[in-house]
Design a protein around this ligand. Structure first.
Ligand code: ADP
Ligand code: MG
Length: 136
């Protein structure tokens, strides 16, 4: 794999969401993920970066790639200091939205990725960590 294996990008504007998608598409491709997995990962980036932008105003995305014998992995962490989520289990349900939108973002990401952890504190912020693995 060429280039950096970890990094951090700000999420403050609509164009930052595009930049996050582009960075992860390029890195996941060069790490060796197949096109279908790259599409899943980039879709997850879209949803989680948009959640930061819409629900928390701004935050960051951290990403890292992990290479093990026969296995590659990506970890993405979306972190903000926004209003937080008071019931994470409820937020994970399809159709639940406090923004009168689709409410399919978090449950969609759960389906697309292999591992997902959401931690949140009302008034302090939210951290969403997701991972995906593939055979190298
Ligand atoms: N980063 C975040 N900060 C605060 N609340 C969030 C965040 N991400 C998700 N949420 C909460 O979880 C709900 C469900 O998120 P999601 O499934 O993406 O649906 P939607 O974005 O369409 O509302 C949101 O409506 C919001 O209440
Ligand atoms: Mg959403």
């Amino acid at each position: 794999m060429e280039g950096p294996t970890s990094g951090e990008l700000p999420i403050k504007t609509e164009s930052d969401i595009v930049a996050c998608r582009k960075a992860i598409r390029e890195c996941a491709t060069s790490a060796g993920f197949g096109v279908t997995d790259v599409t899943r990962i980039v879709t997850a980036v879209s949803e989680l970066a948009r959640n930061v932008y819409v629900h928390a105003d701004h935050g960051i995305m951290r990403w890292s790639f992990h290479a093990q014998p026969g296995k590659i992995g990506i970890e993405l962490v979306f972190q903000d200091q926004g209003q937080g989520i008071d019931n994470v289990d409820q937020a994970m349900l399809p159709g639940y939205s406090t923004a009168k939108s689709m409410g399919m973002g978090l449950p969609g990401v759960k389906r697309l990725m292999d591992e997902m952890e959401v931690t949140s504190e009302v008034g302090a912020g939210t951290t969403v960590k997701v991972r995906k693995w593939a055979r190298a």
